[in-house]
Design a protein around this ligand. Structure first.
Ligand code: PHE
Ligand code: NA
Length: 451
């Protein structure tokens, strides 16, 4: 485990790869971010563009990134160097790995602060939410944001939980944690959706998410939805390359990636349906922003029969989802430090998580002490989110598509991805033309060059 000389660890089965990658994909992106972004981007227009982006950009690139990882067998930077050499291409392609490592660092910093909110609410759910008027729940969330001590405390707990699993290594840490948490997560989700269908306003939620209104699609919606498609599938941040590098040769990449994307999308839609069902049943505001989850659900839990248990179970689910994703944000940088700088896993985990923790502390302070700071009209939290989700992830995705479909030898790609004939040509054509053009068009559109 201590140096790059030893044989590389691998998942113990193909089921394990599926589980850990779903663990990476299904996270706060699905349960916290998707509902509030849908709420603040006008509902169904956002959902529609998001689904289109998953289909024409997300799934094809998820396959591409997995195949790069499995073929390269290393950390994201080393993988790109090995593959660039193999293809006789420039070593500049290593920048893909670098964007990923830096991006994952930034994402985990704010992700951990949000996961910290969830930890505090799990604690409160355990005590039971007292029945209060709805304004009191908004005030309670506001009070949490205003308290640097509580934010930093929970952020620290969450980073420690994440580091502890990564410290355990690939199979006995990451794989084992996912094998416990992911099945539990699905069990809880099924229970909650059944509950939501009985106890809340499901038809209203359905209309809000799926009533098709193309006139509501604008630049902002397009850009946000594309960014979110990357975020929710964990694309471009080294996570998929790294998890793919622990993948055995016998696994079918296309089938597994389709199943992963379906699971991720399914969880987002189910979470969205149940949350908006409660929002509408309670007469709340769908456009509440990042606090949506934490203002609406406690209110609902405080009123529904059995809400004490349901509330606790729900927040445990969100913690599991966030935890398994955070692990996948930490691991790529750790493998880089281990393989490139010959650090032991322990030192690498400590060093990297301390750095991320520090940036997270700045994020926590940006909600209170440092709230006056802003750049381009954005506070630190929105700034880091925008920089990673809307810029670094699509950029890395674009480069991954270009590298896979233009720089690599076609025969190598075909052999690695394991598709034949028409199916290969379809996927390859999408990665070669459709995904890159779509990403570039959305970029150009938002800077106002076209449209
Ligand atoms: N996909 C995760 C989520 O939806 C976030 C994530 C992004 C994880 C990038 C790893 C890499 O919450
Ligand atoms: Na996700």
């Amino acid at each position: 485990m201590t140096s790059s000389q030893g044989p590389r660890a691998h998942w113990s089965s193909r089921w394990a790869f599926f589980l850990v990658t779903v663990g990476s994909a299904v996270g706060l992106g699905n349960i916290w971010k998707f509902p509030y972004m849908t709420g603040s981007n006008g509902g169904s227009a956002f959902v529609l563009v998001y689904l289109a982006c998953i289909l024409i950009i997300g799934v094809p690139l998820l396959m591409a990134e997995t195949l790069l990882g499995r073929r390269g067998q290393g950390n994201p930077v080393m993988t790109m160097r090995v593959l660039a050499d193999e293809a006789g291409a420039s070593r500049w392609w290593q920048v893909i790995g670098l964007i990923g490592i830096v991006g994952a660092f930034i994402i985990l910093a704010f992700y951990s602060v949000v996961a910290g909110w969830v930890l505090e609410y799990t604690w409160r759910a355990g005590l039971g939410f007292a029945a209060q008027p709805k304004e009191a729940f908004a005030d309670a969330f506001g009070a949490l944001l205003a308290s640097p001590g509580r934010l930093i405390f929970w952020h620290t707990v969450f980073m420690a939980l994440t580091a502890a699993v990564v410290l355990g290594g690939v199979t006995s840490g990451i794989e084992r944690a996912n094998k416990i948490m992911m099945p539990a997560l699905f069990g809880i989700l099924v229970f909650l959706v059944a509950y939501g269908a009985i106890a809340a306003d499901l038809p209203a939620a359905f209309r809000f998410l799926f009533h098709f209104d193309p006139s509501a699609i604008n630049r902002g919606v397009l850009f946000s939805a594309m960014g979110h498609a990357f975020f929710t599938l964990s694309l471009g941040m080294g996570a998929i390359i790294t998890y793919g590098s622990y993948l055995g040769r016998e696994v079918s990449i296309p089938r597994t990636c389709l199943a992963i994307a379906a699971a991720d999308t399914g969880v987002a839609l189910l979470a969205g349906l149940s949350i908006f069902a409660i929002v509408f049943a309670q007469g709340l505001e769908p456009a509440a922003g990042p606090g949506l989850l934490l203002q609406t659900l406690p209110l609902a839990f405080s009123q529904m029969p059995g809400g004490h248990v349901v509330g606790l179970v729900f927040f445990v689910l969100v913690v599991f989802a966030a935890w398994t994703s955070a692990i996948s944000l930490l691991e790529p940088g750790v493998t880089l430090l281990v393989e490139r700088f010959d650090l032991g896993r322990k030192a690498a985990v400590l060093l990297l998580s301390t750095g991320i923790w520090l940036l997270g502390v700045a994020v926590a302070l940006s909600f209170n002490e440092w709230s006056a700071f802003s750049l381009f009209g954005l506070g630190l939290f929105d700034l880091l989110d925008t920089l990673t989700t809307k810029i670094m992830m699509p950029l890395a995705g674009l480069l991954i598509a270009l590298f896979t479909a233009w720089a690599m030898k076609r025969a190598h790609v075909e052999e690695e991805v394991g598709l034949r004939g028409g199916a290969f040509r379809l996927w390859f054509g999408v990665v070669r033309y459709v995904s890159p053009v779509a990403i570039v068009l959305i970029f150009l559109n938002v800077i106002g060059v076209i449209g």
